[in-house]
Design a protein around this ligand. Structure first.
Ligand SMILES: C[S@@+](CC[C@H](N)C(=O)[O-])C[C@H]1O[C@@H](n2cnc3c(N)ncnc32)[C@H](O)[C@@H]1O
Length: 275
């Protein structure tokens, strides 16, 4: 199953294509600001603001190290390492994503505090009790064995460490429209209702600190994405989601807004603590 997920996200020569798009956008690919990448490096609902908001009410010790599970091309790690002044280590299944993540991290001069490597969150190459935090942002939808992923997050967290979740969950209706960012069709989409996910977290030993249903905000955000993509017929920014997701990305705004509206999906933000 992991190979199908890799196939969904990997696209040929991604780093070279991103480098060219940066040049086409009139920027220097060896000297970028984080904000230059906002159109491509936040592969989740709500963009950069959602990542920043997630950590608004979570504190970490000085020199904290946070694990970014399924880091994509690393946008959240880069943004949050600056915001929180801490180190991030990210792992992703898709090697093209990991290469792009490391390239963009060098380009934004953050390679000392942010690093990425290829791997699966189901079998992490880190010692027990290593991290102060785990960021789990829009990844569990691609994982059928959620209990194993949660077990790994618990293992690598230090006692008292926090798991920050920003996840799409299954809603009351079964009427999900594809393609969506995590799946072109149902075979690699493993949505669970939040209640089931919560049971897994509590059974693992996590303690709930914060929990919010953000589905309404998420629907509004995707409606705006949809309206924006309909409007711009010319003058498209070369750094746009099509670079990462290909032509499927044209349908994301419409489908995601509809999926939230018809309650086939929900968006949950939560913080859990390892006891
Ligand atoms: C929708 S993207 C989100 C990326 C990133 N978290 C973000 O919000 O920008 C989901 C990511 O999870 C990764 N992924 C899925 N299953 C994984 C697994 N078992 N181990 C590591 N990464 C995984 C995918 O390769 C993809 O990059």
């Amino acid at each position: 199953m992991e190979s199908k997920v890799i196939e969904h996200y990997n696209s040929e020569n991604l780093t070279d294509r991103i480098r060219q798009a940066i040049i086409d956008a009139g920027k220097d690919p060896s000297d970028l600001q984080i904000k230059d990448l906002a159109g491509i490096d936040q592969l989740h609902t709500g963009g950069a603001k959602a990542s920043l908001d997630l950590f608004d009410h979570v504190s970490f010790p000085e020199k904290a190290i946070i694990f970014d599970a399924g880091c994509g091309i690393g946008g959240s790690s880069r943004l949050l390492s600056k915001q929180l002044n801490c180190k991030f280590i990210g792992v992703d299944l898709a090697d093209e994503f990991v290469n792009a993540a490391n390239f963009l991290t060098r380009a934004t001069h953050l390679e000392k505090q942010v690093k990425f490597q290829q791997g699966s969150v189901l079998d992490l190459p880190f010692d027990t009790d290593t991290f102060d935090g785990v960021l789990c942002q829009h990844i569990l939808m691609n994982i059928s064995d959620k209990a194993l992923a949660i077990k790994e997050f618990y293992r690598i967290l230090k006692p008292g460490g926090k798991l920050v979740l920003h996840e799409i969950t299954k809603g009351e209706s079964d009427n999900i429209q594809f393609p969506v960012p995590w799946a072109a069709q149902e075979s690699i989409s493993f949505l669970e209702p939040w209640d089931s996910l919560k049971d897994i977290l509590l059974n693992q030993g996590f303690q709930c600190l914060i929990e919010k249903d953000k589905s309404q905000d998420a629907m509004t955000w995707w409606e705006k994405v949809n309206a924006f993509s309909k409007k711009k017929s010319q003058g498209v920014n070369p750094l746009n989601p099509g670079l990462i997701f290909g032509t499927n990305s044209k349908f994301f705004g419409k489908n995601m807004a509809a999926n939230f509206r018809n309650q086939s999906i929900c968006l949950i933000e939560a913080v859990y603590k390892k006891s």
